[in-house]
Design a protein around this ligand. Sequence first.
Ligand code: MG
Length: 120
Amino acid sequence: MGKIMIVDDARLMRNIIRTALLENNDYKIVEAVNGKEAVALYKQEQPDIVTMDITMEVKNGVEAAKEILEYDPNAKIIMVTSLGQEKLLKECVEAGVSDYIVKPFTKERITSSILNSLNN
Ligand SMILES: [Mg+2]
């Protein structure tokens, strides 16, 4: 069983991702509501994989992803992006994130992204 950290400032989006992931798989899930919380929780929980929103108050997903990858170069991070965030996304890909999905996404898309990243 993998441990997944969902990072998003929107409760609705956290719930959508959590529901999609738990539908067919048994994961332990932890959640953070901004990038600052995400970095601290990553160190505490050492999740196998992270889904990371980009736009968040306090600390955004780009900064958080970079900090997590600095702390753990093997961290597996999937960015959850919106159309129009290509420039920020490019920065994340260059920093070493594993994958990205674009909102709105299907359950199948996020589940397969998680499975692929877990197996790589
Ligand atoms: Mg957001």
